[in-house]
Design a protein around this ligand. Structure first.
Ligand code: ATP
Ligand code: MG
Length: 336
């Protein structure tokens, strides 16, 4: 194995990527590629947890996510792009770890609880309930040291550390306890201001949205609901328009001025929103250009996946040989 410390992190292929992914995850990933051996996982098994009825979307999104990754500057020559189901050891390790995971650990997981509550009852599968275990397996399979994620994933990382500790104590020290690294904006709000920007909530601005679509989405964004006229002082906290401005500018003098005028009732929403649209479109334009290049050169995308998957298979095989040996699974022949 490479001497560098390893990273494992991933995204579910349940739609194209959005601004929340950029500030919460991708921004960090891009920088970490130099220092770490990075493994970026497209978690298609995990996508089935609440999208088992929409496998066409998952299939399409695998390539969309890969295109988004390439467009923002993840580099398949430095890092491994991996599709989870092409390395079935993910499923094997997840199954084995499910036996050492206490039920209460899943029942107490706040992210899982919240997600289950908002999932229609007919989509609450046993697989969904146990998806955090599959995530633990994803992290432990390449024996990752660091996992850069958004804030919502912190409980799953805590679980990964506990399970690694328990495994090591019971069967022998082979699994590093992974550390968590939260992105520069741990939780970017949705355009509706209701919660985090999420593929499943339809409150997203996509990295692949057109200029017009960005303008339209920004125009109808949630702002301070009490501010029904431009001369009423408004609130900055909890206002996604300002959260986006903070995330995508360096709090430049225009933004400082907008904040001042907003809190004193001296500016209309339209002026700020126009500035936000322009800021976002300036940020997205080079990403769109790169995306269109890769769309026209799809063999580069396929080669990136082939290479990453091959490397992941080698790592998975190493880890599973150790795990099976420590758990005394697949080792009966020796005693016959
Ligand atoms: P879904 O709604 O289908 O769960 P999602 O938008 O939450 O989709 P994931 O694939 O679950 O996307 O998340 C991938 C990574 O991006 C995770 O590390 C997650 O923490 C991070 N992330 C997702 N949304 C945000 C957000 N709004 N702000 C910050 N980080 C985010
Ligand atoms: Mg999510």
């Amino acid at each position: 194995m490479d001497k560098k410390k390893r990273i494992l992190t991933g995204i579910r292929p349940t739609g194209s990527l959005h601004l929340g992914h950029y500030v919460g995850a991708l921004h960090n990933w891009i920088a970490l590629q130099e220092e770490y051996q990075c493994n970026f996982l497209i978690a298609d098994y995990q996508a089935l947890s609440d999208h088992f009825q929409d496998t066409e979307l998952i299939k399409k999104s695998v390539i969309d996510v890969t295109l988004d990754w390439l467009s923002v500057g993840l580099d398949p020559n430095k890092s491994n792009f991996v599709i989870q189901s092409y390395v079935p050891e993910h499923a094997e390790l997840s199954m084995l770890l499910s036996f050492v995971t206490p039920l209460g650990m899943l029942e107490r997981n706040p992210t899982l609880k919240g997600e289950l509550d908002s999932l229609p009852i007919e989509r609450r599968s046993a697989g969904f309930f146990s998806y955090p275990i599959s995530q633990v397996a994803d992290i432990l399979l390449p024996r990752a040291h660091l996992v850069p994620v958004g804030e919502d994933q912190a409980p799953h990382l805590e679980m990964s550390r506990e399970i690694a500790r328990k495994f090591n104590r019971m069967y022998g020290e082979i699994l590093p306890e992974p550390e968590t690294l939260i992105g520069k904006v741990g939780r970017l709000s949705g355009t509706d201001g209701k919660g985090k920007m999420s593929k499943s909530q339809g409150n997203v601005i996509l990295l692949s949205d057109s200029e017009k679509s960005v303008e339209k989405k920004v125009r109808s964004m949630y702002t301070d609901p009490n501010r029904i006229r431009a001369d009423i002082p408004g609130k900055i906290e909890g206002n996604p328009v300002f959260q986006y401005l903070d995330a995508f500018t360096n709090n430049d003098s225009n933004v400082k001025d907008f904040k001042e005028r907003y809190t004193t009732g001296n500016i209309g929403d339209v002026e700020i929103k126009n500035y936000l649209s322009k800021t976002l479109n300036d940020f997205l334009e080079p990403i769109r250009e790169k995306r269109s290049y890769y769309e026209q050169n799809i063999s580069i995308v396929e080669e990136a996946l082939d290479k990453g998957i091959n490397n992941a298979r080698i790592m998975a095989n190493e880890t599973m040989t150790l795990v099976r040996d420590k758990m005394k699974i697949s080792s009966y022949k020796k005693v016959w």
